[in-house]
Each structure stands twice: as structure tokens, then as C-alpha cells.
Design a protein around this ligand. Structure first.
Ligand SMILES: C[S@@+](CC[C@H](N)C(=O)[O-])C[C@H]1O[C@@H](n2cnc3c(N)ncnc32)[C@H](O)[C@@H]1O
Length: 355
């Protein structure tokens, strides 16, 4: 089957990288068939259940859809009429148009007309609030026109992907999980969405042991714990050591151990499957970041002793630290890097490393 995924457009590369990492972790086959801003389609021989599992723990994926066919906007009605809708509608249904970008599309009349046609073909009832099946028409691949002032404008679309919806991401998880709602809060806490993305980039799977040696308030460990993992955290500050334990217990986790320790003196009894971490950025202008580079080098050398040979490390760092230089003095290699622009003077780099 072909799956179409609607990705967040808040970052150019992370949403796709997270999805691919999760596909690899779950050993789901994929061959990318179409790619537009915010949309990616792939062929897979996965079962519906495997795709539902894929959708369970993704930070930057909004929707997962089952593609029926791809057509041109001007041939939409014709394509709709070639589909055997009995095969795709279970129970009540509704039709929804999703526009990627701001091209002109008469959403209401398309939804009404196509909905009317499907109703006539299947006798299924329409339910606009709580339908069993949602037919999603994804208008993608914006068609642009350049005016006399050489300005480019989206005037319509080149493609419509006709799909049924499998999963719509529940935004409530990230809302309920906001760091300030936890018993222990510190302003340096990472957003749950990015924390989950990093856990996924570290190829974390169920029953893994996950380490965050700069655990702070426990934000990354909380997201990893939702994947049913064993958690190991550590932090140099006693308040973080106490606070992260409080937060993890509050989330209902019990399979965790937190150490009050400097990462450079980490002493674990076991090797871990994945590491996700957000070390301090500690900008020291006099040393030009040399102290931070040294901390990162020593931290990565310490962690390298505890990560399994096939394990992944995902770390966040500021743009002014050259991680390639850091990694040169460790047994690790950089697999990929992504940029998140925080504000004018800070870009966060998310790096995935392996042994
Ligand atoms: C940016 S914060 C991590 C925030 C965390 N991800 C969260 O969601 O709360 C960095 C943490 O590293 C800790 N830290 C700094 N130097 C350390 C070291 N040498 N060893 C271990 N932890 C250290 C700090 O106490 C701080 O809690």
C-alpha cells in the first residue's frame, strides 16, 4: 500500500528525519514515492496495525493517511468516479480537503460534491463531527505564477492525493505534557515535541534502556518512558537529580534510576541501547566555547563506553560549537545533523551519532 504522511512544517528536515528513524526502528519497509513541502508518500508492505503503531510516538507528524490514488485537480471528479468506495468507507464518513500552502481551492463545494457522490455510491451516512472514515483530499505541489513584478504567487495545485485517514495526531499529549505543568520545573526544560523527536532519532524502541546523562528536569526521559523503556538519568545538580525523580514518578514511571553525578564520572552497571541528551550550552566568550567543547568531548568519550555497538546517540548543541571537531577526539561518528533556528543569535543543532 501507499501511505501519505502530513508532516509539520515548523522545521525543514527534522520531521522527515524523525519519521525515517521511526520506520527504521520499527523495521517497516518504505520506498519514498512522492515528496512535497509538508507531504511525504511511501510504498510499504506493512500491515495497518504496523502503521498504527508508527503513528503512536511521533513528534512532528500531524497525520498518517492511506493513499487511494494521486490525480490532477482538474481530473478529481473523474478519478473519484473510478474508485470503488465500498472498499474504503466503513460506517459513517466525511470528506475533508487539506491544502498544503495557500493556493485557491473551493474547499466547501469540493467537500459537498464529493461527499454527495460517495453517499450515493455507498449509501453510507455522513457524520461531520465524529465519522468512522475520513476521506482526505490533499492538495499538494503548489502551482505558482510569476507576475509582472517578478513576484511568485501560488495560484493552485498540480496534484491531489486521494486518501482515507488512518491517524490524526492528538495535540493534547504535548499540551498536557508542557514542562511547567510538572511538579518540578526549570526554565531550561526542553519542549516535549523536540524531546520525543530526539528519542526517536536515537532509534529508541520498546524495552530499550535509554540514558540521558544531562537529564535536568527529566523532559527527554519522560518522552522515552512513554515508549515503555527502562530509564537512566544523571545530572550534576542535586536539585535536578531530585526534581527529575519527582517528575518521572509523577508521570507514573517506576523503571528508572537517576544518579547525582558529573557525566565525566558516569559509572553504570550496564550498557544502554540509546542516548538522548541536551547538554548545557555554557557560552563563555573569553574561552570562545573551548570549555564547552571540552565538556562535550569528555561527555561523549564517557558515554561511548556505555552505548551498545549498534546504539544511537542524539544530542542537541549550539551552532557555535563545531561538533565535527569534538567528535574527532572520540570513537564516535556523525550520522546526520539538523538545524533549529531558536532566535537571531542561536541555532540549535540536533546531531545523531553512532559508534
Ligand atoms: C539544558 S539542561 C537539560 C534540560 C533537560 N533536557 C530538561 O528537559 O530539563 C542541561 C543539564 O545538564 C546539567 N549538567 C551540566 N554540566 C553537567 C555535567 N558535567 N554532568 C552532568 N550534568 C551536567 C545541568 O545541571 C542541567 O540540568
Amino acid at each position: 500500500m501507499e501511505i501519505t504522511v502530513i508532516l509539520s512544517q515548523e522545521n525543514e528536515t527534522l520531521p522527515k528525519a524523525e519519521l525515517i528513524a521511526r520506520l527504521e526502528t520499527l523495521e517497516i519497509s518504505y520506498e519514498i514515492t512522492q515528496e512535497y513541502p509538508g507531504v511525504l508518500s511511501f510504498k510499504t508492505d506493512a500491515t495497518d496495525d504496523e502503521i498504527l503503531k508508527l503513528g503512536e510516538h511521533l513528534g512532528y507528524t500531524h497525520e498518517i493517511l492511506k493513499s487511494i490514488t494521486t490525480t490532477l485537480p482538474e481530473q478529481l471528479q473523474e478519478s473519484i468516479e473510478t474508485i470503488n468506495w465500498e472498499d474504503h468507507i466503513n460506517g459513517t464518513f466525511k470528506v475533508r480537503v487539506k491544502r498544503m500552502g495557500n493556493g485557491d481551492v473551493d474547499k466547501d463545494s469540493i467537500e459537498r460534491n464529493i461527499g454527495g457522490y460517495i453517499k450515493q455510491q455507498t449509501n453510507a451516512d455522513v457524520n461531520l463531527d465524529n465519522s468512522d472514515t475520513t476521506v482526505k483530499l490533499v492538495y499538494t505541489d503548489p502551482k505558482t505564477q510569476t507576475n509582472e513584478f517578478k513576484e511568485e504567487r501560488v495560484v493552485g495545485y498540480n496534484k491531489v492525493i486521494i486518501t482515507t485517514q488512518l491517524i490524526e495526531q492528538d495535540k493534547k499529549h504535548f499540551f498536557d505534557n508542557k514542562p511547567h505543568k510538572r511538579p518540578y520545573f526549570h526554565p531550561g526544560s526542553m519542549s516535549p515535541k523536540l524531546a520525543l523527536c530526539m528519542v526517536n532519532l536515537a532509534h529508541t524502541k520498546e524495552n530499550d534502556t535509554v540514558l540521558d546523562p544531562f537529564c535536568g528536569t527529566g523532559g527527554i526521559l519522560i518522552e522515552a518512558g512513554d515508549l515503555n523503556t527502562r530509564l537512566i538519568g544523571s545530572d550534576i545538580e542535586k536539585c535536578m537529580y531530585e526534581g527529575s525523580k519527582l517528575n518521572l514518578a509523577h508521570e507514573g514511571f517506576d523503571d528508572f534510576e537517576i544518579h547525582w553525578e558529573d557525566v565525566r564520572k558516569l559509572n553504570l552497571d550496564e550498557k544502554v541501547d540509546a542516548v538522548a541528551m541536551d547538554p548545557p550550552y555554557g557560552i563563555s566568550t573569553t574561552l570562545g566555547g573551548d570549555d564547552t567543547k571540552q565538556l562535550y568531548t569528555e561527555a561523549l568519550n564517557s558515554i561511548a563506553q556505555y552505548i551498545k555497538d549498534d546504539g544511537y546517540i542524539c544530542m542537541a548543541s549550539p551552532h557555535y560549537i563545531d561538533l565535527y571537531e569534538v567528535v574527532d577526539n572520540t570513537p564516535l561518528t556523525i550520522k546526520e545533523q539538523h538545524e533549529i533556528r531558536m532566535h537571531k543569535s542561536l541555532t540549535r543543532i540536533i546531531t545523531v551519532l553512532t559508534k
